[in-house]
Design a protein around this ligand. Structure first.
Ligand SMILES: [Zn+2]
Length: 240
């Protein structure tokens, strides 16, 4: 059972750490699933013990709900706060990329550093300066001011039927090495591709770009979202 939490100190560093976890939880539970401690630890880059300690703290503050053996889910409060954090993060990424000229694989880490300094007024001015953008430089949606998550008509590659064709709408990987690797393969927002096949038992996902086939691990493929063409050319996809 959760211990009675002492009143947390609200230093900027504390808040930065808390925000990082909420941000990760939002991405892990984006499709209604629960996040387990291991996934969260991997996403934030900390030990399982640190992640589980932070989960208890977030639960005691009413941001997450913990279910034994199932994992954590954001409460309504937690969701609102997480959407706010992601909004600020993605606005910063637009600023860093478009205004200052940092490369796509650099902006995530830099945005994390700047984030704790962004308050409500900063957020408002940044949004206006950038012309109220709706997607970040990776093509991912920026939550609105009212903390809403725009509904998009795309889906992660492994969830689509073989032969699905369309355009990459966004890439949910935050790791710069993963993003760079995908870019080298030609997989970036706006790229056209066909889903060649999804191997069973968590096997690799085959993607056809132009005339070549590339194979992605399941976890990486999960980060690639495809907006399907209305008339999918499913018949000419080779079955594997
Ligand atoms: Zn980012």
């Amino acid at each position: 059972m959760p211990r009675k939490a002492a009143r947390p100190s609200r230093s900027g560093r504390d808040r930065g750490a808390l925000d990082r976890y909420l941000h990760a939880l939002l991405l892990l539970t984006d499709h209604g699933q629960q996040a387990d401690t291991g996934d969260l630890a991997a996403k934030v880059g900390v030990s399982d013990a640190a992640a589980s300690q932070m989960l208890r703290k977030l639960a005691s503050e009413g941001f997450v709900e913990l279910e034994p053996y199932r994992g954590a889910a954001l409460t309504t409060n937690g969701l609102h706060r997480a959407l706010r954090i992601v909004r600020r993060h993605r606005l910063l990424e637009v600023f860093l990329h478009r205004t200052i000229g940092f490369d796509l694989d650099e902006i995530h880490a830099r945005a994390l550093v700047l984030q704790p300094a962004v308050d409500e007024l900063f957020e408002e001015k940044l949004d206006a300066l950038l012309g109220h953008p709706t997607v970040d430089p990776h093509g991912r949606p920026i939550p609105g001011r009212n903390a809403t998550w725009p509904k998009l008509g795309d889906a992660p590659l492994p969830s689509l039927p073989t032969g699905s064709a369309g355009v990459v709408s966004r890439i949910l990987a935050e790791d710069s090495a993963e993003i760079e690797y995908l870019h080298r393969l030609g997989i970036a927002p706006g790229a056209r591709l066909v889903l060649g096949g999804v191997a069973p038992f968590d096997g690799p996902v085959t993607v056809r770009i132009g005339r070549s086939d590339v194979h992605l691990g399941r976890r990486l493929a999960q980060a690639v979202y495809l907006e399907e063409d209305r008339v999918a050319a499913r018949s000419d996809a080779k079955r594997r």
